[in-house]
Design a binder for this molecule. Sequence first.
Ligand code: R5P
Length: 290
Amino acid sequence: MKIIACSNGLHLAKNVAKKLKKPYSELEVKHFPDNELKVAIKTDVKKKKVILVQSFHGDINDQLVEALFAAYTAKDLGAKSITLVASYFPYLRQDKRFKPGESVSIEIVGKLIDRVFDEIAIIDPHLHREKTLGHIFKIKAHRLTANPLIAAYIKKHIKNAVIIGPDWESYKWAEKTADIIGCESAIMEKKRYSARKVEVKLNKKIDLGKRNVVIVDDIISTGHTLLESAKLLRKIGAKKIAAICVHAVFVEKAYEKLKKAKVDVVSCNTIPHKSNKIDVSDLVVNALSQ
Ligand code: R5P
């Protein structure tokens, strides 16, 4: 096995290689003046199982091209098989044609990945209407979840917690987390009018009084979902509010806005960010050891 870090997978790949005691190498990525991209594999991959580690955030389109180029190149150099470990995998939210003429991104990236990779492992993929990764990929796909790690974090660091799922799809997740911890949970009902306009309300009466409110979500992107949730929770009595997410996407100064709204934010290190407090490398180590 050879573990190769793509440009956004360094932190995780290094850790995973160390834990698995496997060779680690960094993909060389260069841009030409016109912004064309060139990658080079700096280790011998002939007849090896190659693990490419990438987290897609920031320049996600470049990173997608980078991962695809790296996989093609590894294949060309005689690799036995190629696995993509995506600690955060993008394009899953556009899972249907919401408006006429739109691309269904999830299907397109699924097909691109299928062409070059033999296996894929994704941490907490954002699956809404698509129930399983099997609906997106034909290759073997591992769905990993940071849920038990989040529950363990809350159990250790936040006493007297009540878990809030910010939308109906996060409910099962919030409920599961609450079950592991042994605390109460509730759900916010969310109506999204546009990428930046979201309205939320709580599904049941709950005494937030002296509790530590913890909103658990898979992604924080613009932060609007959480800001609206926090606003409502304060209106109905919440004092201390924390938010824990898997993927710290944080665009448009979301992190700063949440800090200003006095929401303590904690995230998993699927995307490197200063709020990272939960390490997911063991999830990858376990998946690769099977
Ligand atoms: C949506 O279904 C997700 O679970 C998150 O709630 C959403 O992606 C967060 O986005 P934003 O931070 O832009 O409101």
